[in-house]
Design a protein around this ligand. Sequence first.
Ligand SMILES: Nc1ncnc2c1ncn2[C@@H]1O[C@H](COP(=O)(O)OP(=O)(O)OP(=O)(O)O)[C@@H](O)[C@H]1O
Length: 338
Amino acid sequence: MSNKLLELKNLKTSFQIGDEYYAAVDDVTLTVNKNEVLGIVGESGSGKSALAFSVMGLHTRAKIEGNILFNGKDIANITPQELNRLRGDELAMIFQDPLTALNPLMEIGDQIAETLILHNQNMSQKARKERVIELLNMVGIPRPEYVYEQFPHELSGGMRQRVVIAIAIANQPELLIADEPTTALDVTIQAQILDLIRKLKNDMHSGVILITHDLGVVAEMADRIAVMYAGQIVEVADVHTLFENPKHPYTRSLLNSVPADGQDKLHVIQGIVPALQNLPREGCRFSERIPWIDATHHEVNPVLHEVTPGHFVRCTCHKHFYFPDKTKEAELHGNSRS
Ligand SMILES: Nc1ncnc2c1ncn2[C@@H]1O[C@H](COP(=O)(O)OP(=O)(O)OP(=O)(O)O)[C@@H](O)[C@H]1O
């Protein structure tokens, strides 16, 4: 039996701006295996959420091209009814902001129970309530009987996020997408939430896509990591390889911008991911942020190269990349803008 749970094949998600469509996810091919946490990292605007929303079928106005194979079945263009059946059952997502994910007018317990009904309409009311209490316990919510009858605004941010997780895991999804699940939370709660996600994977052998800015979180949680820049995957490797032997200049820059033991110089990546309409669509998309690398070192049409088994890197510029000294870099960026 195949170990592949989700296969994205040439996924392209485009948004209309004015009269044109612009791809926020641009030809992404990626696999998530069963019992695996795939971390997706990249700066704000690189397309991580657009990718996650595409898998969940949550874009209402985007153009989706390519294939999204879930257990071998293409779900890129299935009917809303079919999608609804999958969501909250086999596919679940934890959103960045728990408040927007919860219904403010509905008691917590009823919101979780509603998800259970999706999966099993014949479950008795009593069994449902017991399962909700069990889920609230699982996600570490104290006094679950009391919280059952509370409304979202009566809970702290950490507690709300636990409720969102309880809803996400209620039906033991095969694939869980967690989009910045801990960004809004303090560090202790963060660790507890991550433990819960890990437990879900271990207990249910689910596949998990963990989207985050936080390299520390992926280092701890992910089995494999995909690095995304300007709508494209620029590097994929298992977690150990990615941290020990990063290749793409963007990955190296991201890693170099995080303080590590014994490191006295940090590299700050100059510039930002360009707005969607201004993304470079030809050549190496990262080239404008490393202007000291000679243009001839970039591929004309950069593709992912398998440098060692399972380790893919886009473009050949990584072979020539180095960090310039700081003053030189500032000068180069200044010059490149003029
Ligand atoms: N509905 C939309 N309509 C138009 N443009 C959009 C839409 N959603 C996202 N975008 C654009 O697509 C690009 C990718 O956005 P996305 O939210 O996927 O990035 P991200 O990597 O998830 O960033 P963040 O970490 O801030 O969530 C951005 O340029 C964003 O402005």
